[in-house]
Ligand binder design. Structure first.
Ligand code: ZN
Length: 400
C-alpha cells in the first residue's frame, strides 16, 4: 500500500478507526459536527456491525456491496451512505466502488395540485396555532424538521401582510430566507399571542418528560404523523419541502431563488432538479400551444387517486373507490357523514329510551297479571342491564 495511507488504518479496533475517520472528515473535508455525528458515524458504524466482529480494516469489496444492498429501501439514505462509504474507502486508500446512486424521489415529478390538497388537508387537522404554524413552516416554507425546532423569535420579521423568516440551516450552515404570504396571518397571530422574547424558541413540547422544553425533531415528526393519520393520508415530513420547492419552481423561481429560499449552496444542483422539472412543464406548454401535444393539466403526468392510488378520470370522484378526488373535501365529507351517523344513533337511542320507559311504566302499571308472572324474576334484573348498556353507548358517543 502507498505511504499516503492514514495511520489509523493500522488499528483493527473499529471504534478507533471510526474516530480517526470522523476527525479526518472534519479537518480535511471540512464537514460540520452534526454531519459527522449523524450521517458519517452512523454509516460506517453500521457497516462495521455488518462484519460480525471483523475489523473495518479487513472489509472486502463484497462486504461493502452486501451491506449497501440491504440499504436500498430509502433512495436518499442509500445515496447518503454510499457517499460516506466512498469517502471512507478514500480514507483507507481503497479504490472506488462500482455502485450507482439510486434515483431519488426528488427527481420524480409530483402532482402538485394533489399534493398541495393533501398537505392542506393535514394542516386542516391541526387543532391549535402551534401545530398549525409548525406545518405551515414546512408546507409553505419548506423547512426541514430540524430547522423547524431550531427557529427563534428573532428569525421572524412581521410585516403588514407577510412574514419573513431568515434562518441558518442546521445541516449545511447555509442561510435561507422565506416569505410567507398566504398563511402570514396565522404565523403573526401565533407569534403575537405568545409574545416570545427575541432569543426564545417558538415551539415547545406539550406532554411527557420534555414538556415545556423546546420541541425536538422527533416531536415535529410526531405532529406530522398524528395529523396525517387523523386525515387518513400517508405522508412524510420531507414531502412538504419537496412540494414547496416544486411549487416555487413551477411558478417561475430560478435556481438562485430556490437556493435562497431553501438554503442550498449555489454550488449544489438540488435546486436545478426542481427547475428542470418545471422546465419540462414549460416545454409541454409550448407543444400544447402548437397543437403537437394534447392539453394536459400536469405535464403528461398520470394522475392517481390520493386514497387508492389508481389512475383517475375526469370526474370529481375516483372510479375505483368513489372517494372525492379533492382530499380536503373528501375528509370534510367523511366527517359530516360520521356526524350524521352519530346524530342518527342518538335519535334512535332516544326513541328506544322513550319506548323503554313507556314500557316500564306501562308494564308496571297496566300489564295484565298473567303476563307479568310468566316473565317471572327476569323482569327486574333486565332493567339495570339495559340501563348499563345505554349509559356505555352514550359515553362512547360523547367521546367521539
Ligand atoms: Zn380511489
Amino acid at each position: 500500500m502507498t505511504e499516503s495511507r492514514n495511520v489509523a488504518i493500522y488499528s483493527h479496533d473499529n471504534a478507533t478507526i471510526i474516530e480517526a475517520f470522523l476527525v479526518h472528515r472534519k479537518l480535511v473535508d471540512g464537514i460540520r459536527d452534526i454531519t459527522a455525528e449523524k450521517s458519517n458515524r452512523t454509516a460506517v458504524k453500521k457497516l462495521g456491525e455488518s462484519l460480525n466482529g471483523r475489523s473495518l480494516n479487513e472489509a472486502t469489496d463484497d462486504d461493502y456491496l452486501r451491506y449497501l444492498s440491504t440499504r436500498r429501501s430509502h433512495p436518499n439514505s442509500f445515496n447518503n451512505q454510499l457517499t460516506v462509504l466512498s469517502k471512507f474507502r478514500d480514507f483507507l486508500g481503497l479504490p472506488r466502488l462500482a455502485v450507482k446512486r439510486m434515483k431519488a424521489p426528488e427527481h420524480e415529478r409530483i402532482d402538485i395540485e394533489k399534493e398541495r390538497a393533501l398537505a392542506d388537508a393535514i394542516l386542516d387537522e391541526a387543532q391549535g396555532d402551534s401545530d398549525r404554524v409548525v406545518i405551515i413552516l414546512m408546507s409553505y416554507g419548506g423547512l426541514c424538521i430540524e430547522d423547524v425546532c431550531n427557529v427563534k423569535r428573532r428569525n421572524f420579521t412581521i410585516h403588514e401582510s407577510w412574514v419573513q423568516l431568515d434562518y441558518t440551516r442546521l445541516k449545511t450552515g447555509v442561510k435561507a430566507s422565506v416569505t410567507f404570504i398566504e398563511k402570514a396571518g396565522i404565523i403573526t397571530r401565533y407569534l403575537c399571542e405568545h409574545d416570545f422574547p427575541q432569543e426564545s424558541h417558538v415551539f415547545f413540547s406539550k406532554t411527557g418528560k420534555t414538556a415545556h422544553h423546546p420541541l425536538q425533531a422527533s416531536g415535529v415528526s410526531n405532529i406530522v404523523k398524528r395529523l396525517s393519520t387523523r386525515a387518513g393520508i400517508r405522508w412524510h415530513p420531507h414531502m412538504f419541502r419537496h412540494l414547496a420547492a416544486t411549487e416555487l419552481a413551477v411558478r417561475g423561481d430560478n435556481k438562485f431563488d430556490l437556493d435562497n429560499t431553501f438554503g442550498w449552496k449555489h454550488s449544489t444542483n438540488t435546486a436545478s432538479i426542481y427547475v428542470n422539472l418545471a422546465n419540462s412543464d414549460t416545454n409541454n406548454k409550448h407543444l400544447e400551444r402548437a397543437g403537437i401535444k394534447p392539453k394536459s393539466k400536469n405535464g403528461g403526468l398520470v394522475k392517481t387517486c390520493w386514497k387508492c392510488h389508481m389512475p383517475i378520470g375526469t370526474g370529481d370522484r375516483c372510479e375505483n373507490c368513489n372517494t372525492l378526488l379533492n382530499p380536503r373535501k373528501a375528509i370534510i365529507e367523511e366527517k359530516r357523514s360520521k356526524n350524521d351517523e352519530i346524530a342518527l344513533l342518538k335519535a334512535q337511542m332516544e326513541t328506544m329510551m322513550k319506548q323503554m320507559s313507556d314500557l316500564l311504566n306501562g308494564g308496571l302499571c297496566h300489564e295484565p297479571e298473567d303476563r307479568k308472572t310468566a316473565r317471572g324474576d327476569q323482569d327486574e334484573s333486565n332493567v339495570p342491564i339495559l340501563d348499563a348498556n345505554l349509559s356505555i353507548t352514550k359515553k362512547n358517543l360523547s367521546t367521539r
